[in-house]
Design a protein around this ligand. Structure first.
Ligand SMILES: C[S@@+](CC[C@H](N)C(=O)[O-])C[C@H]1O[C@@H](n2cnc3c(N)ncnc32)[C@H](O)[C@@H]1O
Length: 395
């Protein structure tokens, strides 16, 4: 049965076979496609799940067929997808060696232009129990555009900003799907929202439409809607359609949406900003000396081990939520100073024996678009860590 399964206008999910349903989507109507097709790897191999040996069986849809079957399957859906893309639209297809070489061949035969092959390196792969291979820690994602000649949409600057003002490379270090994104149930091959976050920001703008012909639990749709994009998905399994629907309902709650958006932005490669509240009386001195300091308690103070600290590359100084200045940290890391050292510099450090000191160049203020919520406080040393994407007005 073919039905459209959603009561959300920006989230259209069709239940059925994509080989049929793709034909009903108007040509030139989608700005980007993300597809996570069957990899055809459920063939009796073993894998490790929660420390236990398990048989690789993702479902009947993932069981391998003959090489001809795998080729014909990929050629058919990739051919149907091409005409759906706008002229500047692009397609992303994930895979492993089981399917990706066939996908590449089909793309080239169909006239797509290959743009990149992204290596997604999972930062937390399960061990390889057989010990007869290197540990499998990567998936490949081919990025291609509709045709050789027409230029494609690429938000180059946004990617560069996400990467600390350096060109983003084709190796992405992102953890596998986490428990925080499985509140509504599990899909056996669910992708992480963090991967889709990057793909969607790289290749679409707010208001654009993204299609996923193998939607599964609709990770693509959830990420798309959280980022203000429209989603069209197709899924053949009723259970996964229902799971998708629950996930979409979940983000209708603004608090849940904000929490997931925050988690989705957390990125082991993304540079972070240390937000430091300063006393009004200290601000001029902080700006003149290029020294920002936080109470550290002792050299193992909890502030120093806060998540994100390791990627700190900017510091934002403000007074009671106003008067905000953003600077690039001059040297990686920070030093521990005593209260006396700070007092000698003219500061009135009096809450703790040790302080974490961050240095920046006071003559190079960094422009930023968006001011995140700043904590008001009467004392100095109220510090927080946030990703740089919150400051640069990513759309
Ligand atoms: C690899 S999973 C996608 C997982 C998804 N990316 C997620 O994050 O949940 C592939 C999905 O495609 C579905 N599928 C396989 N063949 C299909 C077809 N011909 N039409 C529609 N869905 C199909 C399967 O049921 C499965 O849920």
């Amino acid at each position: 049965m073919i039905t459209s399964q959603s009561s959300f206008p920006d989230f259209t999910l069709y239940h059925g076979d994509c080989m049929e349903l793709l034909k009903t989507i108007p040509d030139n109507s989608v700005n980007a496609i993300f597809a996570d097709p069957p990899y055809f790897l459920s063939n009796g191999g073993i894998s490790c799940q929660s420390g236990k040996q398990v048989c690789v069986d993702k479902g009947d849809w993932d069981k391998g067929g003959t090489p001809e079957h795998i080729y014909n399957f990929n050629k058919q859906w990739l051919s149907l997808c091409r005409s759906k893309l706008t002229d500047d639209g692009t397609i992303w297809i994930s895979g492993t060696h089981h399917n990706i070489h066939v996908v590449m061949r089909c793309l080239q035969e169909l006239g797509y232009k290959i743009l990149n092959t992204i290596t997604w390196q999972k930062t937390d792969p399960p061990p390889n129990l057989s010990c007869r291979y290197f540990n499998f820690s990567t998936e490949l994602i081919i990025w291609a555009r509709k045709s050789e000649k027409r230029p494609h949409k690429f938000n180059y600057e946004v990617m560069k900003q996400l990467n600390g003002d350096k060109q983003m490379t084709d190796v992405w270090r992102i953890p596998a799907v986490g428990r925080w994104e499985k509140n509504c149930g599990k899909h056996p091959t669910q992708k992480t929202l963090r991967l889709l976050y990057r793909i969607i920001l790289a290749s679409t703008d707010k208001g654009d439409t993204i299609l996923d012909p193998f939607a599964g639990s609709s990770t693509t749709g959830i990420a798309a809607n959280l980022l203000g994009r429209k989603f069209i998905g197709i899924e053949q399994d009723a259970q996964f359609v229902a799971l998708s629907q629950r996930r979409r309902e979940e983000i209708d709650d603004p608090e849940t949406a904000a929490r997931l958006l925050k988690k989705m932005r957390e990125n082991s490669q993304e540079q972070t900003v240390l937000i430091n509240h300063a006393r009004t009386s200290d601000v001029q001195l902080v700006l003149r000396t290029g020294i920002c300091y936080m109470r550290a308690g002792d050299s193992k103070g909890s502030l120093l081990v806060k998540q994100g600290f390791e990627n700190m590359a900017f510091v934002l100084i403000h007074t009671n939520g106003d008067n905000a200045h953003l600077f690039k940290v001059a040297k990686k890391g920070f030093q521990i100073w005593t209260a006396e050292q700070l007092q000698q510099m003219g500061f009135s450090a009096e809450h703790a024996p040790y302080y974490a000191v961050v240095r920046f160049d006071p003559n190079k203020e960094v422009p930023f678009d968006k001011l995140p919520k700043l904590k008001k406080g009467r004392q100095t040393n109220v510090a927080d860590i946030q990703p740089i994407s919150e400051f640069i007005g990513i759309k």
